[in-house]
Structure formats: C-alpha cells, structure tokens
Ligand binder design. Structure first.
Ligand code: PLP
Length: 219
C-alpha cells in the first residue's frame, strides 16, 4: 500500500491511466485504496467481480481484465466500464447485444498475443489484421473499441519483454492507421503490470494494470 501514492503520482505525470488490480483482495482492502483517490479497479474473474461490486461505491469504474466467456457477458453488462480481453468477434458481438439490452455503451480492448510463451488467449497479430477488415461489417453502437491489450512473457529478459511491448505498440499504430483514423477513442494501449510497467510505459503504454505493487503479494 505504501507505494500507491507514489505510483499514482508518477503515472499521473506521465499521463498513464492506472487500473488497480484488486483480484483476491477484500472489499475493505479495495475501499482503502479507493479512499486514497483511486476509482478504476480491475478484476479477472466474473464471479468475484459480481460479489464485490455491490459492496463497494457505485462510482468505481470496474474493468474486466481477464478472459471472458460469451455466456457471462450478461452479468457484467449492467455495470462494467471496460472489457480488456476481447479475443473473438463472437465475444464482441455478444458485448454489443448485452450492452444494447442495458441501454449502455461498453468500452473494449482487443487482446493481442504478444508473449512467445504459449498463451491461450488473444488474437495473433496476423488474426488481428483479418479481424480489422471484418470489423467494418459488425455494427457496433453500444461498444466502443478503444485500443489493444497485451501481456508480455513472464521472463527476466528485459530485451524480450521490451520487444513484445514494442510489437503491441506497432500493432496499435497500424490498426489505428488502417481502421480507426475517424475514431478518436481508439487511444488505449493496456500493457504493463507490477513487474514490467516501467518498461511498458517506455514503449508507449497508456494504461497499466497493477496489482501486487499496490495491494501486496497475493496469497
Ligand atoms: C493479475 C493481473 C495483473 C496484475 O498483476 P500484478 O503482477 O499483480 O501487478 C494485470 N493484468 C492481468 C490480466 C492480470 O490477471
């Protein structure tokens, strides 16, 4: 917790948005950080988010940062602010439908596989090019595609981590040029966690997801 104020102010100066990742943490722990001014919190499991959300202040902006199954979108649609890990057009269409049902607009990011280690989720850069072309055929009036999200490999090799972040920034730039020039809200690169957020910011991150540095290690 002692780091919170420090991190918050340094990110603020750099114009980087902080998502405080509160998974496994209690409502009391979250409220403690809330009371220091934080409003954006991230969770990676639907059930856990649904349990905590009603217990906490209603002006919290909840970000779903973990993998999301299409059949669970309806539970989040009434309140979720941003969904970071959109990894299929099917999921994107479902978010559109459920947001429309709630007469809401939900912000989303496209998850990109940037880590070399086998990770299950996210579009490969190649897939994303195809998806970009298909996007124009999906009518989205209750979803705003705001950018991309990625997780670097969990390795000590900072050159590798840096090059993965750099790749995500390049993918963001090329998507923006090819499909989102008329879309000012396409402005977010969600990359960087407790262990690598400084590198991520050097490589162009606009949003970092930090858990253990703020809340302490998870048990
Ligand atoms: C847990 C998690 C984080 C935060 O991890 P820390 O290392 O605790 O900062 C960030 N992003 C995602 C997707 C996570 O699941």
């Amino acid at each position: 917790m002692e780091y919170f104020t420090q991190i918050k102010s340094s990110l603020g100066k750099q114009g980087v948005t902080l998502v405080a990742v509160s998974k496994t943490k209690t409502p009391e722990e979250i409220l403690n950080v809330y009371n220091q001014g934080q409003r954006i919190f991230g969770e990676n499991r639907v059930q856990e988010l649904l349990e905590k959300q009603p217990l906490l202040p209603s002006d919290i902006q909840w970000h779903m940062i973990g993998h999301l199954q299409t059949n669970k979108v309806k539970y989040l649609a009434p309140f979720v602010d941003m969904i970071h890990a959109v990894d299929s057009l099917k999921l994107l269409r479902r978010i559109e439908r459920e947001a429309a049902n709630q007469q809401r607009c939900i912000d989303v990011l496209m998850q990109v596989k940037i880590a070399t280690e086998a990770s299950k989720f996210g579009f490969t850069p190649q897939e994303l090019i195809v998806v970009g072309q298909e996007l124009s055929s999906v009518s989205l009036s209750h979803v705003r595609i705001c950018g991309v999200m990625g997780m670097a490999s969990f390795v000590d090799d900072t050159d590798q981590v840096r090059s993965e972040f750099r790749m995500l920034k390049q993918i963001f730039d090329s998507l923006r040029t090819s499909h989102f020039t008329q879309t000012p809200q396409f402005n977010t690169i969600s990359m960087g966690m407790s262990g690598d957020y400084k590198l991520a910011i050097e490589e162009g991150s606009t949003m970092v997801r930090i858990g253990s540095l703020i809340f302490g290690a998870r048990g």
